[in-house]
Design a protein around this ligand. Structure first.
Ligand code: PSU
Ligand code: MN
Length: 367
């Protein structure tokens, strides 16, 4: 599927002005080479242009030229209705087929059942796409490993080569923010890997959250990571870590860990108010909302920790490094626990979709 021509057809009116502005500005820049007069003209032109757009200039519409946002999501954003972003690496690299596709489609259903609009994000044939079709989700599910695991760093490569990329938390956050989406549901985020003092292996998810205005709802971080160092790094990067109805940092498969979150909030309304306050104050960056796995699906701490350690040992023996680590560990842990970890993983993602929908709804009420 190629989406050529899509943007020209769907561009909002104001974007045509912006394109025209760019063209005229290029021309004047070119003429600047010949005379100071044109430099003056360019200045006047910019002043006139930006005073016209002062009250209705909107970043998002400029970016519409480069990303595809499905109509349902576009309309919801325009009408200030709740939208929840979803990542796609969890589909391609995080879970096996067919559970991955089933889970991704169920996530969308859950979000809709709350009255919010789901927006699963990936790069399809070089087009950052917000709101995948069921066929695209199915394609990523079946051809998972062939799609590139795309973090923000990889976006220009995947886009310019017109490849298909499944987006991680970092890339999904950056594309969601370009579209104007504020809330994003996932399973677990990347963090500081064990042994990072030697390897420097720190997920780009953390850097992205430091810069991008988005709320990521997750079940904490897996103890395949160094949770203590991950928290330290989040603090350094000024990323607020909220515990939803908990004081302890959840550890993905289990509801608690020996670590504390920064602040506990007990309702979606309180979380939405915190987000609104942060961004109204122009304190840029993300917020991590950690939501413990429901009790009935949480795993026995001893069993899961043993499986994680075994998987880590095997990974080190095989010499697996870089962005292959997380997918390898997830698959290995699933095998060691005879699939139990996958069942828990799926349930905690659903649980995060529910909370993310409620937060998105409360956030929209305040805008
Ligand atoms: N943790 C999970 N499931 C996942 C991932 C992490 O439980 O699917 C994926 C997410 O897409 C996350 C990425 O953004 O792995 C982090 O990879 P890395 O550690 O290579 O940055
Ligand atoms: Mn890494």
């Amino acid at each position: 599927m190629v989406f050529k021509g899509y943007f020209l057809k769907k561009l909002p009116k104001k974007s045509y002005f912006l394109m025209l502005y760019k063209k005229i500005d290029y021309l004047i820049c070119y003429l600047n080479n010949y005379s100071k007069f044109f430099l003056f003209l360019q200045y006047q032109f910019m002043v006139a242009f930006f005073s016209y757009f002062k009250y209705n200039y909107n970043d998002r519409e400029v970016i519409f030229m480069n990303i595809k946002i499905n109509q349902e999501v576009q309309l919801a954003l325009k009408e200030n209705r709740p939208v929840v972003a979803l990542e796609s690496t969890i589909i391609s690299h995080g879970m096996p087929y067919p559970e991955n596709v089933e889970t991704a489609l169920n996530c969308e259903k859950i979000i809709r059942s709350f009255g919010a609009v789901p927006a699963t994000i990936a790069i399809i044939n070089g087009v950052p796409t917000v709101g995948l079709t069921a066929e695209e989700i199915d394609f990523l599910g079946k051809n998972g490993k062939e799609a590139f695991k795309t973090s923000t760093r990889d976006i220009p490569y995947i886009v310019s080569k017109k490849y298909t990329g499944a987006t991680t938390v970092s890339a999904t956050s950056s594309i969601a923010a370009m579209a104007g989406i504020k809330v994003f549901a996932t399973g677990g985020i990347g963090g500081v890997h064990r042994g990072a003092t030697e390897t420097f292996d720190i997920s780009a998810d953390l850097e992205e959250l430091a810069e991008t205005n988005i709320a990521v709802v997750c079940a904490g971080a897996k103890s395949i990571l160094d949770l203590g160092l991950t928290l330290e790094y989040l603090e350094t990067k000024r990323i607020e870590v909220i515990g939803y109805q908990t004081d302890a940092l959840p550890a993905f498969y289990t509801r608690t860990s020996p670590f504390k979150v920064n602040h506990r909030l007990d309702t979606p309304l309180e979380i939405a108010s915190l987000l609104k306050t942060k961004w109204d104050l122009r304190l840029h960056g993300g917020v991590l909302i950690t939501n413990p796995i429901p009790e009935q699906f949480s795993m026995n701490e001893e069993i899961i920790n043993k499986a994680i350690n075994e998987a880590l040992e095997e990974m080190n023996k095989l010499g697996i490094t870089g962005n292959k680590k997380t997918p390898y560990l997830l698959a290995k842990i699933k095998d060691i626990t005879s699939g139990n970890s996958l069942a828990s993983n799926i349930e905690l993602v659903y649980n995060n979709c529910r909370l993310a929908s409620q937060i998105a709804i409360e956030y929209c009420k305040q805008c």
